[in-house]
Design a protein around this ligand. Structure first.
Ligand code: NAP
Length: 249
């Protein structure tokens, strides 16, 4: 049976895909805790969702690189929402990396935001859902995590690591009734990709959010967003390294 989420935490809800997911969940009556660093953006989105009388969206400003915060923050969100059914980890960064740039500070920012922040938020959620015997966790990987691309080594590595971490969570929690879903979008029009212009196969953030929520309704799934990236990825994975390294990716 498809889950009927009533209370959700969206980490990375102040823009892009996370914001769209929060708006779509709220439009179906789900209460949403909005997490991100930009408090003004979170408040503005909450006001917009709530209109004059509803109390569906609640802002919870937090930096995912503050790794000690989530245990208490998750509890705070759960108290305010009146329970918890779904958590989407959509926080992420992809700073531009030059072709001859090797900058540990940037790599650290990427890995801490995209991977360790996810672990810090999803560990207390996993514990809670395991105890409750149910719940849905959604993590946003990327087609970029399928292979070690030249363009942004740390970003590819962070997404490959996130996918592996989510698979481990799925293998632990699936038998306890908890669904862990990995979604792997191709290019999506958001702040993250603004400077890159129009990329092949790019879709609007609202469309990505619809497809992600559809995939999240299927228990313990890994899904490419949109589905055509599954075939593209199979082809990409079959390319020998000596050819792959010449591709402008
Ligand atoms: N756009 C694409 O083409 C694409 C493709 C595949 C996968 N993805 C993945 O999809 C996810 C969402 O990306 P997007 O395109 O929606 O990017 P976006 O528009 O730049 O939004 C990123 C979100 O992450 C939050 N965030 C970043 N650093 C944070 C921090 N330290 N603490 C808390 N929140 C933080 C931002 O909020 P604050 O700035 O307010 O903190 C914002 O809400 C990311 O994981 C990205 O890697 C995107």
């Amino acid at each position: 049976m498809a889950p009927n989420w009533k209370r959700a935490i969206i980490v990375g809800a102040s823009g892009g895909i996370g914001e769209q997911i929060a708006r779509k969940l709220a439009s179906g009556g789900c209460r949403v805790a909005l997490v991100g660093r930009r408090e003004d953006k979170l408040r503005q989105i909450a006001v917009d969702i709530n209109g004059v009388s509803l109390n569906l969206a609640l802002p919870f400003p937090s930096d995912v690189r503050d790794f000690d915060a989530p245990a208490a923050k998750v509890e705070e969100c759960v108290r305010a929402l009146g329970g918890l059914d779904l958590v989407v980890y959509s926080a992420g960064v992809m700073p531009r990396i030059g072709p001859t740039e090797y900058e540990t500070a940037k790599d650290r920012l990427i890995v801490e935001t995209n991977l360790i922040g996810a672990m810090a938020w999803l560990n207390p959620v996993a514990k809670r859902f395991e105890r409750a015997g149910g719940g849905t966790i959604v993590g946003i990987g990327s087609v970029s995590g399928d292979r070690g691309r030249r363009g942004n080594p740390a970003y590819s590595a962070s997404k490959a690591g996130l996918e592996c971490y989510l698979e481990s969570l799925r293998n632990r929690l699936g038998r306890r009734g908890v669904s862990v879903v990995t979604v792997k979008p191709g290019p999506v029009e958001t702040e993250m990709t603004r400077e890159l212009g129009r990329l092949p196969g790019m879709i609007p953030a609202g469309r990505a959010a619809d497809l992600i929520l559809k995939a999240a309704r299927k228990f313990g799934k890994t899904a490419y967003i949109p589905g055509r990236w599954w075939l593209a990825s199979k082809i990409m994975l079959s390319i020998p390294s000596r050819i792959f390294r010449r591709l402008p990716l």
